[in-house]
Design a protein around this ligand. Structure first.
Ligand code: FES
Ligand code: FES
Length: 214
């Protein structure tokens, strides 16, 4: 009779099957062990899990400089830098788009380098210098990149704009703004749903070509 199997079996597929079988047996054994464990042992295990969960919520001290100002905070270990900036420090210029490192709306500078703050745990920022869009201007004097975005209509709804500007400044500092192609490549982590890309590129090129300090 004709063999209807779509793909021939191979060693890798067999390894996966063996591994699944081993995991299944391990889990069954664990469940049986739990069923045979005296109540006190189960309670001890449950208490241990409670302690571990409580540790996740227990606040930790965090000292960092944000836009030139030292901040002494108490944060949950699981809190992201983005949430700390927005919810504890009221710096809502930094936007939450995807919250998964895919849109760039949350871009800030840490010690001068751009990062996605939604992917960064706040407790990792102890002793670091953070700059958000609120810290880019010099008093009432807008940063040259902010001026250029306005001049070139580098935004429509504006939701992505703080992240775009923070990334644009870093892009020039990194030396990655030498051509339209390069700018598009190194700005590709910042998504604009309004499609303001050509104007954003123009703004970056103007600042780069003007040799303005960023
Ligand atoms: S909100 Fe951080 S990358 Fe989208
Ligand atoms: S200006 Fe609207 S998402 Fe970029």
């Amino acid at each position: 009779m004709e063999n209807k199997e779509a793909y021939p079996a191979n060693d890798a597929a067999q390894d996966v099957k063996d591994s699944s079988r081993r995991n299944f047996i391990k889990q069954s054994t664990l469940l049986t062990a739990v069923a045979l464990t005296p109540g006190t042992a189960i309670k001890a295990a449950a208490d241990h899990i409670d302690e571990q969960i409580a540790a996740v919520f227990e606040k930790m001290p965090l000292k960092m400089q944000v836009n030139g100002k030292t901040q002494n905070l108490s944060v949950e270990p699981r809190a992201t830098l983005l949430d700390i900036l927005r919810e504890q420090l009221d710096l809502t210029g930094t936007k939450k788009g995807c919250d998964h490192g895919q849109c760039g709306a949350c871009t800030v500078h840490v010690d001068g380098h751009r990062i996605n703050s939604c992917l960064t745990l706040g407790v990792m920022m102890n002793g670091r210098k953070i700059t958000t869009i609120e810290g880019l201007a010099n008093g009432n004097q807008l940063h040259p990149m902010q001026e250029a975005f306005i001049k070139h209509d580098g935004f429509q709804c504006g939701y992505c704009t703080p992240g775009q500007i923070m990334s644009a400044v870093a892009c020039i500092r990194e030396g990655h703004a030498n051509s339209e192609h390069e700018i598009r490549e190194y700005m590709s982590g910042n998504i604009c749903r309004c499609g303001a890309y050509p104007n954003i590129v123009n703004a970056i090129q103007e600042v780069k070509d003007g040799g303005m300090a960023v």
